[in-house]
Design a protein around this ligand. Sequence first.
Ligand SMILES: *Cc1c(COP(=O)(O)O)cnc(C)c1O
Length: 364
Amino acid sequence: MPLRVNPTIASLTPYSPGKPLSELERELGITQAIKLASNENPWGPSPKALQVLKEALTSLHRYPDGGAHYLRQDLADHLKFDPNHILVGNGSDEILSLLVKAFLSPGEEAVMADLTFVMYRLAVLGEHAVPVEVPLANWTHDVDAMLEAVTDKTRLFFICNPNNPTGTMLTAREIDRVLSRLPGHVVLVMDEAYYEYVRQADYPDSLRYVHEGRSCVVLRTFSKIYGLAGLRVGYGITTPEIAGYVNRVRPPFNVNSLAQEAARAALTDDEHVAKSRGMNEAEMTFLEEGLSKLGISCIPSQANFIYFDVGMDGKRVYEALLREGVIVRHIRGPMIRVTIGQPTENHRFLDALQTVLTALAQTR
Ligand SMILES: *Cc1c(COP(=O)(O)O)cnc(C)c1O
């Protein structure tokens, strides 16, 4: 008897994570491959987090605190909210999925950009709901077109700010416009995974909207600047009402005990955050200049990655870079996304890209 799997689920393409470093090294028989594919912090985890993990290990026979009491309290203090506004998840990915589960019934709609974080689409399809994908304009969310796509069936409205993979950002004025026009039954989800990297002054103060009691959720994470992607911990700031609905579908113990302790320590590590932000800014300039010397112009980024056009089949460039021991992310067509690494990694990436582009130009 063939399996009778749910047809919607069978039609999904699984999320494809970048190739692990160890796998590429094994395939190529090399040892110094570099991974600039998942927007991780190249400077490693917060040292303060590493310190507390040693002690937390001795309590591993205990279940985690299922309500993440201390972590939520620390986040609440840090952000000047009451803890009942704070959600934590096994990565902000999990909070996204829980929001989708809580708000979308089969056949209902979520509005999102057509080139944005793929988890929105996957989570929505997984609930048999409909992702309404609106093309970007100028590599940025097209706020007016997205608002026009809202119907009676819309439940969630996703904005990735800055947007992954383009690195572009919506300003406070644009978010104001979204909130002034969005009907009351729609929840605005503002995914701010790269919040700490943003340099532009007119970036929205999204927590203000939560303070005002608007129907919105701000998502942030310990996976990016805090350097804790491997532990899986993200958080959301929202109204107690929305938090209450998410808690109805949240699995108990969804954030493990090591993640809770490490996140609390990382939250106090201003030095690690400042260093990571400063290095990112300097290296972003270095990479933009290097790409420009190769005749490549980049889309200005507010995050820790750069999205650029290689002017030929991006998949071939991606594969040729792999053979040079450099892992980046091919997005679509000629577009590639590279995470800003440490200086030596960025040099290697630029050298490899130059080699690859020269070789491929000759074989055309
Ligand atoms: C990396 C990323 C996340 C964070 O994922 P975690 O599950 O917290 O690791 C969320 N949204 C976007 C747009 C991202 O790029």
